[in-house]
Design a protein around this ligand. Structure first.
Ligand code: DGL
Length: 267
């Protein structure tokens, strides 16, 4: 039994997102879990998930989960707020493997805000989900939450056009600032790639909240609790698959200094 657990612990962590956004989370995971092998699926072919129906998001999430499990992943990180908020409950009911998800970090913003007003920038699919509604409702007595759909941002990020997001960001963020928010929650794993441009358009006292580090810490905790942490510092592999543009995937990996083998795969 002990040996079996030791072998399972060497299996990879599976991570998926609608595309390149989850690489921001993958980077945090690699940083705090250096012994772990990783398989990352960038479903860029189907991005953006945020504009799809709940049924479509569930179907795409099931497909990515099934593929990661066929590649022997020991846990699955859903590095996508849209997929988490629409599909994680169903995935947990149907698959006997630990799932770690990502949701907009309203709690962190609630702890930091002085104005009592926070902004949440997320996809339509996340903001419309029951999970987001129930999480955000827990804070609505103490907080004013200004929700804005980031329509169009993911498409530009997927093309690598970061600077081109500035007009849209101004359109989405200025109204939040006018209403007095002092914390802006990035409720989509693609948006951390926009932090350098968001910082150009927000005043100094306004904070940007992103959940990547918290997800990585939670992943470590789940591995520990399930005795799945890889304690041996031997050979590990980090593999990235995209079903779209390999060159852009490689650009993003270089941008955040994430090392590994990147390839095209039809999935
Ligand atoms: N990166 C995803 C998220 O965190 C999805 C973006 C999209 O595909 O619309 O919500």
């Amino acid at each position: 039994m002990k040996n079996e657990l030791k072998n399972i612990s060497k299996l990879p962590i599976g991570i998926f997102d609608s595309g390149l956004g989850g690489l921001s989370i993958c980077k945090e995971i690699v940083d705090i879990l250096p012994n772990e092998s990783i398989i990352y699926l960038a479903d860029s072919e189907n991005a953006p998930y945020g504009e799809k129906s709940k049924e479509e998001i569930i179907e795409l999430s099931i497909k990515k989960t099934a593929l990661l499990l066929s590649l022997n992943c020991k846990v699955i990180v859903i590095a996508c707020n849209t997929a988490t908020t629409n599909a994680i409950n169903l995935l947990r009911e149907n698959y006997n493997v630990p799932f770690i998800g990502i949701e907009p970090a309203i709690k962190s913003a609630a702890l930091k805000t002085k104005t009592g007003k926070i902004g949440v920038l997320a996809t339509k699919g996340t903001l419309a989900s029951d999970l987001f509604l129930s999480t955000s409702n827990q804070f609505r007595n103490e907080l004013e939450i200004i929700e804005v759909e980031g329509t169009g941002l993911v498409r530009l990020i997927e093309k690598g056009d970061i600077e081109e997001t500035i007009p849209l960001l101004k359109k989405y963020i200025y109204p939040m600032l006018e209403q007095g928010v002092d914390n802006i929650v990035l409720g989509c794993s693609h948006y951390p790639f926009l932090i350098p441009v968001i910082e150009q358009i927000i005043p100094k006292g306004v904070s940007i909240i992103d959940s990547g580090e918290a997800v990585a810490k939670h992943t470590k905790k789940i591995l520990e609790n399930n005795k799945l942490l890889n304690l041996s510092s031997g050979i590990k592999t980090t593999t990235f698959y995209t079903n779209n543009n390999l060159e852009i995937l490689e650009q993003f990996l270089n941008r955040i200094k994430l090392e590994g083998e990147a390839s095209f795969l039809k999935f």
